[in-house]
Design a protein around this ligand. Structure first.
Ligand SMILES: [Zn+2]
Ligand SMILES: [Zn+2]
Length: 220
C-alpha cells in the first residue's frame, strides 16, 4: 500500500504522513512538555525533581516523548503484546522527531535487553526495535548484545522503586567495555526508572562516562 493511501492508525482517515498517524492525531498525543531533566518525571515546571536533588540517578538525562496515557499507552500495548509493528513504526518515528536528534548526540544507542526466555516468548525485544529505528532516524550506531540480561528477575509489578532496584541487582551484565562513551540507553516505557538505573549502573562500571535515557513514554 502506498503511504498516501495508508490509513491513520488512530482515526482511520488517510494518514498522509510517513509515520502512519495523521497530523491532527499526532498533535493530540499527550506530549510530555514539562519534566525533570534527570528522570523525566512529569512536573508543572521543568526543574530537577526533589528525588533527583536528593539522590540523582546514574544516568545524566532522561528524555520521554509522551505521558503513558491514551492513546499512546494503547499503541504501546499493541506493539508489545500483539507484535503490531505498524504501531511501533508510528510511535518511534514521531518520538524520533520529537526527541531529537539529541544534542549532544550519544556515541551509541544501547537497548535495555530482555532475558532470553522473555525474548523467546515474545519473539522480539521492544527496546531493540525502538533503538534500531531511533538509530536510523538520528544516524547513530546501535549496539545490541553488549549489554545482556543475566536473570529474568521476578515481576516488577506492584513494587516500589527501592524494591525494584533490589530485584534488579546483578540483572544486567556488560559484554565488553564502554570506555569513554556517551551511551543512549533505550527502553519502551519509563516507570520508576529502576530498570534504566540498574542498566546504567552496569554501563557505568563498564566505563561509560555519560548515559542518557530515552523512552517513548513516562508513567506519572
Ligand atoms: Zn488520525
Ligand atoms: Zn527527577
Amino acid at each position: 500500500m502506498s503511504r498516501r493511501l495508508a490509513l491513520c492508525l488512530l482515526c482511520s482517515r488517510p494518514a498522509g504522513t510517513a509515520a502512519g498517524i495523521c497530523h491532527a492525531c499526532s498533535a493530540d498525543l499527550p506530549q510530555l512538555q514539562c519534566a525533570c531533566p534527570r528522570c523525566a518525571l512529569p512536573l508543572p515546571v521543568a526543574a530537577t525533581c526533589p528525588r533527583c536533588l536528593r539522590r540523582p540517578p546514574v544516568f545524566d538525562a532522561a528524555h520521554c516523548a509522551w505521558h503513558y496515557a491514551y492513546p499512546v499507552a494503547q499503541l504501546v500495548r499493541r506493539f508489545k503484546d500483539r507484535g503490531d509493528m505498524a504501531a511501533a513504526h508510528s510511535l518511534t518515528m514521531l518520538a524520533a522527531a520529537q526527541l531529537g536528534p539529541p544534542a549532544p548526540p550519544p556515541d551509541i544507542l544501547v537497548p535495555v535487553p530482555l532475558h532470553w526466555r522473555r525474548y523467546w516468548q515474545r519473539g522480539f525485544n521492544q527496546a531493540q526495535v525502538i533503538a534500531t529505528k531511533l538509530g536510523d532516524a538520528w544516524g547513530l550506531p546501535v549496539h545490541t548484545g553488549k549489554l545482556r540480561r543475566a536473570r529474568a528477575g521476578a515481576s516488577q509489578r506492584g513494587l516500589d522503586r527501592r524494591q525494584r532496584l533490589r530485584n534488579l541487582e546483578g540483572c544486567f551484565v556488560a559484554r565488553g567495555r564502554f570506555d569513554g562513551l556517551h551511551v543512549g540507553l533505550v527502553d519502551d516505557v519509563m516507570t520508576t526508572g529502576a530498570t534504566l538505573e540498574a542498566a546504567a549502573r552496569t554501563l557505568h562500571s563498564a566505563g561509560a562516562v555519560s548515559i542518557s535515557a530515552f523512552a517513548l513514554a513516562r508513567t506519572p
